[in-house]
Design a protein around this ligand. Sequence first.
Ligand code: ZN
Length: 189
Amino acid sequence: MIKEADVLKIFEDSNALLNGHFLLSSGLHSDRYLQCALVLQHAGIASRLCGEIAEKFRDDAVDVVVSPAIGGIVVGQEVARALKCRAIFCEKENGKMVLRRGFSVEKGSRAIVVEDVITTGGSIMRVADTVRNEGADVIGYGCIVDRSGEEQDFELKSLLKIHVKTYKPQECPMCAKGVAFRKPGSSAP
Ligand SMILES: [Zn+2]
């Protein structure tokens, strides 16, 4: 089992864990930012990390791995490769998470939902609802980084927990010091 410190080192080595002053897509400010795509671009590392997630579900007879597009797709693919099962993903359409491209789940199939970075758990919950509505049983949730900073009301299996403090703009200590913020690229956590 990979240690949290080793996962953290991988993020640092990929320059995926940035320190500074950031405007998140939520409108909140923070002093740390995770860009998981910079880790996952190294396919061997993606495979290794996702293999570690897969191990946590090794005895669960998983039929299908489901993830939210775009951030979760690579993770879903690699976890499914390790578990030798299918990987499908949900996409936003008119504000709803839906299965497109002919993807489907069979009634009673055993699904896990995976994501790269989980902040609030909102998107994996919407994905879980979507496949449940199709008749699948959602038997677990996994991610590389859990940065929610709090206990979820579901069991989340992660490789690394990071608490990233966020601030409302008017309460942001970096803004108070007049430090300029950066708005990182898409898939902001
Ligand atoms: Zn600020």
